[in-house]
Design a protein around this ligand. Structure first.
Ligand code: ADP
Length: 244
């Protein structure tokens, strides 16, 4: 496997907003090929952890990926270390086609001109990403007219062509239809088999079909961790979910 030496190691991560501790000493280890879900009720600190790992929230503690310290690093340094993220609202270029969006993402480190490429010059990584995200048949469709789910897949595709080796996906199935969620599950399995993937999710139901490990957060701390079955049987998790 291409990325087998990659892993994310988070130690004592802490994020404070004006005296309010949103992330309170979180430890997290995610190895390559380990698709990890971060779950927990609203306000548990999930998005803030992703923000801290991508330079968008000031944090203390440590978070290393591929030997690079992410805490305190600038956004561009983090991207160069192979860390990519999605947001709850997909940020793609609506006027550009699927292919053009991917081509621009792939060419972002090689300068302009991606739009001028002929079809025969489409990089292999872009073709591969279109297959992986299931949008090869929609290559010439403007992103603006894609279904909600397809936009999310395109955003994941943009991370793949950027060669992100750690993908932090913030609620990728939010607002999706049942069919889209099923397809996203398959996509996450494909990507997660090769890369290091952390998926923020709040719906326990979506996780049921995964063999992946789950880290449950509550009030900025790790409440429980293990298989879906393990955390679901954990009385503390049951209490937080029923009480929440
Ligand atoms: P989750 O993603 O688990 O729903 P968040 O990480 O979004 O939770 O939020 C964790 C806590 O931190 C919440 O109480 C939220 O209100 C607070 N919070 C998040 N971002 C900020 C911010 N920029 N300023 C102040 N408080 C914030």
């Amino acid at each position: 496997r291409r990325f087998r030496h990659d892993y994310l190691e988070v130690r004592d991560l802490r994020v404070e907003f004006d005296g309010f501790v949103a992330v309170d000493g979180v430890d997290l280890t995610v190895t390559q090929g380990d698709l990890r879900f971060l779950i927990g009720p609203n306000g548990a600190g999930k998005t803030t952890i992703v923000d801290a790992l991508t330079g968008l929230a000031a944090a203390s503690g440590s978070a290393q990926f591929g030997g690079v310290e992410l805490v305190g690093a600038k956004v561009h340094r983090i991207a160069r270390a192979g860390v990519g993220r999605t947001f709850q609202t997909a940020s793609v270029f609506d006027e550009l086609t699927v292919l053009q969006n991917l081509d621009i993402a792939a060419g972002s480190r090689r300068g302009p001109g991606a739009l001028l490429r002929r079809r025969s010059e489409v990089p292999a990584a872009v073709e591969e990403a279109m297959d992986t995200i299931g949008l090869a048949g929609a290559r010439d469709t403007p992103a603006g007219v894609l279904a909600h789910g397809q936009k999310q897949w395109l955003e994941i595709g943009m991370l793949l062509v950027q060669d992100a080796r750690l993908l932090l996906l913030d609620e990728p199935v939010a607002g999706m239809s049942h069919a889209e969620r099923e397809e996203t599950g398959q996509l996450l399995r494909r990507v997660g088999a090769e890369r290091t993937v952390v998926v923020v999710e709040h719906d326990m139901e979506f996780l049921r079909s995964f063999a992946s490990s789950v880290t449950v957060l509550h009030q900025g701390t790790v409440l429980s961790e293990g298989s879906v079955a393990h955390v679901q049987a954990d009385p503390r998790v049951v209490e937080v979910y029923l009480g929440g």
